[in-house]
Design a protein around this ligand. Structure first.
Ligand code: ARG
Length: 549
């Protein structure tokens, strides 16, 4: 929340007798003032001449303490210039209050993200999901919600059937005990080579998958072994990325209840079995393709399991249920929510948080392995490049290349609005200049090094020169940006803001010497605020703020 916007909106509402909200208050270009209010809409509601109304208001609003002067511009704009010193105090008070003054929400939120299909490593397809989901978890918790982060893994079905078939029938030069994930991947790949020649193996793999669901001893034993090994492998990767879940669930944990749920709909006459025993659901809306809810052999499908999940999450009492899942599954979620509604399962509060595709310039296939590029390969390459770029661009030998490489990849995924597809650019992502993760980390570290050299902490003085004031104003926007990011489930709003803030800071850094400048204490305070805001902002993006570089 912005206290000043709120105050201006309140004063305007009183004087106009028209409802004005803080969202109606704009931030104009600096030369036009600190805040602005277009009177036109209210004037037309009141049947008055906007320019005349603005002039009347301007006189009344100059009496507000924090307002130094008001100018009327254009067809009816009120431009407010604030008393910089009073505003400075206001901003410090806001940013130093609990949670930087970010409005706190009530309610519990389930954030489901990552959710890979396992028996294989995560690949480039999981990367943007991990970055987005983790950041949203952080943003929503910082916004006051009680957040549960869930990893709903795809641990059922065909991929395990294939691995089990391969394990029993295919030789591998890898050893499960020594390198389990490499082993599984190897037989998985060989399985597909085999399947090209011989269609029957697909059948057999499906039969194994079915056996897992039916509780066959051998199938379940092998499934467990492979499942555990993959989870163990993924755990290291999540640790590396500093991603935490409150619970790991999976499709295997709900398929039985999901089947029972659909069976109960049959009994209640809500859905009908086809002649072959399967259940196909058709929508009233003919545009929407129908879905199979149960197969002829009684096994469940992806959507069936999600239906049960949705019901379960409602019963658990979550106020919001967010699915961070790629835009490719938009139809799935439309169908899911529609079947649920038709069956009387509440969908209010449930949202598909869709996001566009991440494309790598090198395509998605790894030349080394002939497989989809693994997520970890991308991070490895980024870490390597961070080292090179640091030498080239800022003349440093990095000690924390790991945090910088990982942060760079996360940042570039988060800085593009989530709905948009994005093309990853190695060069700009890893650059220490411009709109990038390394640039943010570097700016933050620079500011910290000033603070380390200072002998005491800072305090704002009464007058601000322009560069100081511009930095102060940018800092003041932080809480609003976090609120908007939470509301729109859009980390890009914070990413974008931090990038602008760092640019402002670097301008300030060049123009305004801090130590022994005669304005040391005043400027130090601004640097301190910058450090606090960027530390927190980076944390909300899941990017590590460093002490040194
Ligand atoms: N495991 C699925 C996949 O990899 C994603 C699961 C998304 N979550 C859900 N509740 N359907 O495509």
């Amino acid at each position: 929340m912005n206290q000043v916007k709120e105050l201006l909106a309140q004063k305007l509402s009183e004087k106009l007798d028209v409802e004005v909200s803080d969202e109606d208050i704009e931030r104009p270009e600096p030369e036009h003032g600190d805040f602005a209010y277009p009177v036109m809409k209210a004037a037309s509601q009141l049947g008055e001449n906007p320019r005349k109304l603005a002039e009347e208001l301007s006189e009344q609003l100059e009496e507000v303490d924090i307002v130094e002067s008001v100018e009327v511009a254009g067809p009816g704009y009120l431009n407010f210039f604030l008393d910089r010193s009073v505003y400075g105090e206001e901003v410090v008070e806001g940013l130093e209050s609990e949670n930087f003054g970010v409005v706190q929400n009530d309610g519990s939120v389930l954030v489901e993200f990552s959710s890979p299909n396992i028996a294989k490593p995560m690949n480039v397809g999981h990367l943007r999901n991990n970055a987005l989901g983790d950041s949203l978890r952080r943003i929503l918790s910082f916004s006051g919600y009680d957040v549960t982060a869930e990893n709903y893994i795809g641990d059922l079905g065909t991929q395990f059937g294939k691995v089990i078939y391969g394990h029993k029938n295919i030789d591998s030069n890898k050893n499960f005990e020594e390198e389990p994930i490499e082993y599984m991947l190897d037989i998985y790949v060989k399985f597909h080579e085999l399947a090209e020649e011989d269609e029957e193996v697909e059948e057999e793999a499906r039969a194994w998958a079915k056996k897992i669901e039916d509780g066959d001893d051998e199938a379940v034993r092998l499934w467990k072994k492979f499942r555990e090994a993959t989870l163990e492998y993924h755990k290291d990767e999540y640790d590396r990325l500093d991603i935490k879940f409150d619970r790991i669930t999976g499709e295997s944990k709900v398929f039985e209840e999901a089947r029972e749920l659909v069976e109960s709909w049959v009994e209640e006459g809500k859905v009908e079995r086809d002649d072959d025993g399967s259940i196909f659901y058709e929508f009233d809306d003919e545009e929407m393709p129908g879905v199979v809810l149960l197969k002829a052999d009684g096994s469940t499908l992806y959507i069936t399991r999600d239906l049960y999940n949705l019901k379960k999450r409602n019963e658990e009492g979550f106020d919001y249920n967010l699915y961070i899942v790629a835009s490719e599954q938009e139809l799935h979620f439309k169908q899911l929510f529609q079947v649920a509604e038709d069956m009387g399962i509440e969908t209010e509060g449930s949202e598909h948080i869709s996001y566009g595709m991440l494309q790598l310039p090198e395509g998605s296939m790894s030349t080394r392995k002939g497989l989809i590029i693994e997520q970890s390969e991308i991070f490895d390459k980024a870490v390597e490049m961070a080292e090179e770029k640091a030498e080239e661009e800022i003349n440093r030998n990095l000690e924390n290349a790991e945090a910088i490489g990982i942060g760079a990849v996360k940042y570039s995924n988060l800085s593009v609005s989530r709905k948009k597809d994005m093309e990853f650019n190695w060069d700009t992502a890893l650059s220490f200049k411009g709109d990038s993760g390394p640039y943010l980390q570097y700016s933050n570290v620079r500011a910290k090094s000033i603070l380390r050299k200072a002998s005491s902490s800072g305090e704002l003085g009464d007058d601000f020169d322009d560069a100081e004031y511009r930095l102060l104003k940018k800092l003041s926007e932080f809480p609003e940006k976090v609120e908007a990011a939470a509301e729109h489930r859009e980390p890009a709003k914070i990413a974008h803001y931090l990038s602008e803030l760092c640019e402002e800071f670097n301008g300030f850094y060049h123009e305004c010497p801090v130590l022994d400048s005669g304005r040391e204490s005043h400027r130090l305070k601004l640097v301190e605020l910058f450090v606090d805001v960027t530390d927190k902002g980076l944390d909300l993006l899941g990017i590590q703020a460093l002490e040194e570089m």
